[in-house]
Design a protein around this ligand. Structure first.
Ligand code: SAM
Length: 280
């Protein structure tokens, strides 16, 4: 028995259900329930919230979210082998855990959730980045979620919170910081996971802002930022040639120098440029 709940320790769960980690599914499990409870606490006050968890695996973070008071957890897991272990957790927390077996990239969870909604996940990094971009780029804002608490490879976490002028600064930082507050809240060494991955990890907590920090059309901003960072070493006037034929004028209208490079431009500058590009 552990101190968090009445369920068996995770090592025992893994042995009982033969959940040997599969590389193809990016499986690096968290087995320390004190640590998963700590991660769950980074997600904010969970009482009264539905929590969407992607990739629960054997359920370490799921148990953390439930023991920290989530009203309900909706967990989407691709690996069928994890279902019996997750069913045991559902039994220990009656009516509070719903598990959907499937690929999170194909499933729309909204029908199963009631606001307020928070998201928490320890996911394979490629899936995590893809989902993060989707969560940050809905058509309407504010989104359905209040906050995202996500584990990333440390280098990816640094790209999300990066400031202008740094090597990590790029599309991910601008997407994240335009409509959310983003912070690294926890750093984890490889040994925190079973099996340990090659690199360190970090938990990023993002809170949705009620409205974007600066006005801009999302599609135009996205296009400008993608073009600028696709050729990040080039001056803006050549990197953005394809965005508008009179890009030099539009850069000037936005108060930017055509000779600057993407990584020197602040979020405010990119939003001004998106507005100048969208202007008739
Ligand atoms: N949350 C667990 C933990 O912290 O111990 C497991 C973390 S492990 C890094 C990632 C989990 O995501 C695995 O259980 C894996 O099977 C699952 N997974 C991988 N790709 C997925 C996808 N596309 N949709 C849903 N789950 C996925």
């Amino acid at each position: 028995m552990n101190t968090i709940d009445s369920l068996p320790p995770l090592r025992e769960v893994i042995d009982t259900h033969d959940l040997r980690a599969r590389k193809s599914l990016g499986q690096n499990f968290l087995l320390d329930l004190n640590l998963t409870a700590k991660i769950a606490r980074q997600a904010g006050d969970l009482t009264g919230c539905d929590v969407l968890e992607i990739g629960p695996g054997p359920g370490g973070l799921t148990r953390g979210l439930l023991s920290e008071g989530a009203r309900r957890v909706l967990a989407i897991e691709k690996d069928a082998r994890c279902m019996p272990a997750l069913a045991e957790i559902a039994q220990a927390y009656p009516g509070r855990l719903q598990v959907i077996e499937g690929d999170a990239l194909d499933i729309d969870p909204l029908a199963h959730l009631t606001p307020p909604i928070r998201v928490a996940a320890n996911l394979p990094y490629n899936v995590g980045t893809e989902l993060l971009v989707r969560w940050l780029t809905p058509k309407d804002w504010p989104p359905y979620w209040q906050s995202l608490t996500l584990m990333f490879q440390r280098e990816v976490a640094q790209r999300i919170v990066a400031a202008p002028g740094s090597k990590a600064y790029g599309r991910l930082a601008l997407l994240a910081q335009w409509r959310a507050d983003a912070q690294i809240v926890l750093n984890l060494p490889p040994e925190a996971f079973t099996p340990p991955p090659k690199v360190s990890s970090a938990v990023v907590h993002l809170t949705a802002l009620p409205q974007p920090r600066y006005p801009a059309d999302a599609a135009v901003l996205n296009r400008v930022v993608a073009a600028a960072f696709n050729q990040r070493r080039k001056m803006l006037r050549s990197a953005l040639k394809g965005v508008a034929p009179d890009i030099e004028d539009r850069l000037q209208a936005a108060g930017l120098k055509p000779t600057e490079r993407a990584e020197q431009i602040s979020l405010e500058g990119f939003c001004a440029l998106a507005r100048a590009v969208a202007a008739p």
